[in-house]
Design a protein around this ligand. Structure first.
Ligand code: ADP
Ligand code: MG
Length: 356
């Protein structure tokens, strides 16, 4: 049975180093939540505190209604998969998968049935008699996954489980992990620094920066409405231009973009006089021949630095004053603008937001 997980005001210090700050997070039973953040942001530390390999400096963690911070790792009933597989080299695949049951002193017949079922689930039922060093990286990771789920944990933690696999295998394992999670209906906390993994796999993503939860949201909200500059630049590709809010009118901001052009943008709490960052996705920018009338709203004159034809779309880098704007344009018989072309790029007020 899947279980809920709650982290309540969790802090973690290593000496003077504050690596996990004010973590408050409630995960529903059966939910797939990803911790996404750059290297060193505290993801592994947060996961280890849930698993019981690290103790929070303060705060509480609940599985269902039970506080688990004082329980040793092996009594928490949590499955865990590490990046480096961590299989026991001197044990066969079947013995590796059986290990969590063996330490729980499960009866022999029950152990065999559960190991068979777990190996079947990861499509490795033929490999029970092999040793880890006779398996490929992807196969070892499947065994690690089978070992993590063999005792029917209510929650499964995975720390960058795909990090060591090549791209092709990674794509395949992504889908496998999603299938297994649905099949078992197990709660998952998945850790990655890879935004594509996070966006495809998760019900919700918890973006972490410097030990802090910056935004917890589903993929679409995170991509469409990032809360601040960090999330906007870390999730998906974006243009982030310095700007100044001149006036607020009808809830929107009249802004000066990059010190050169007038614009109108959505606000996130700013008022007149504030400085901020104008955020607009490359697919929301139009590119066209240089417009004769300067000074139109949300338009910058520039020169194409680079035009990369990618089949269904073209990716442009356009130099506009001190800024380089990325534009992604679908190729639907529209004009193509080779390097050196004088162009105007523009975007709609509803497609740009001022972030702090
Ligand atoms: P991530 O998994 O996001 O890359 P970590 O949780 O591993 O980040 O690390 C967060 C910060 O805590 C880093 O600055 C790291 O150097 C530090 N850190 C991690 N483990 C320890 C430890 N056992 N002792 C001291 N510092 C640590
Ligand atoms: Mg880590």
């Amino acid at each position: 049975m899947s279980t809920s997980l709650e982290m309540k005001n969790i802090q973690k210090f290593y000496g003077p180093l504050h690596v996990v700050k004010d973590f408050d997070l409630h995960i529903q039973p059966g939910e797939f939540v990803t911790f996404l953040g750059p290297s060193g942001s505290g993801k592994t530390t947060a996961l280890k505190m849930i698993a019981g390999f690290e103790t929070p400096t303060s705060g509480d963690i609940f599985l269902g209604k039970q506080s688990i911070v004082d329980l040793p790792a092996y009594e928490r009933g949590i499955g865990m998969v590490f990046q480096n597989y961590a299989l026991f080299p001197h044990m066969t695949v079947a013995e590796n998968v059986a290990f969590p049951l063996t330490v729980r002193k499960a009866p022999r017949q029950e152990t065999k049935e559960k190991v068979d079922r777990a190996l079947e689930l990861v499509k490795m039922e033929q490999y029970g008699g092999r040793y880890p060093n006779q398996l490929s990286g992807g196969q070892q990771q499947r065994i690690a996954l089978a070992r993590a789920i063999v005792f029917n944990p209510g929650i499964l933690l995975m720390d960058e489980p795909l990090g060591a696999l090549d791209r092709h295998l990674r794509e395949h394992m992504k889908i496998e992990i999603m299938r297994i999670q649905k099949q078992l209906n197990v709660t998952v906390v998945f850790v990655t620094h890879d935004q594509d993994e996070a966006l495809t796999m998760s019900d919700r993503i918890a973006v972490i920066n410097e030990g802090r939860l910056v935004q917890v949201d589903d993929s679409k909200s995170l991509y469409g409405k990032p809360k601040n500059r960090f999330v906007a630049s870390f999730v998906g590709e974006s243009n982030i231009l310095p700007c100044q809010v001149e006036r607020v009118e009808n809830g929107a901001g009249n802004v000066t973009v990059a010190g050169i052009a007038p614009g109108v943008a959505q606000l996130t709490g700013q008022s007149g006089g504030d400085r901020g960052w104008l955020f607009v996705r490359p697919e929301h920018i139009d590119i066209g021949p240089r417009q004769p009338s300067p000074g139109s709203i949300n338009a910058l004159d520039g020169v194409v630095e680079n035009a990369l034809f990618l089949g269904e779309m073209t990716r442009y880098l356009v130099r506009c004053g001190d800024e380089t704007i990325t534009v992604k344009q679908q190729n639907r018989g529209l004009g193509h603008f080779p390097g050196g072309t004088q162009v105007t790029v523009s975007w709609k007020p509803q497609d740009c937001t001022i972030l702090n």
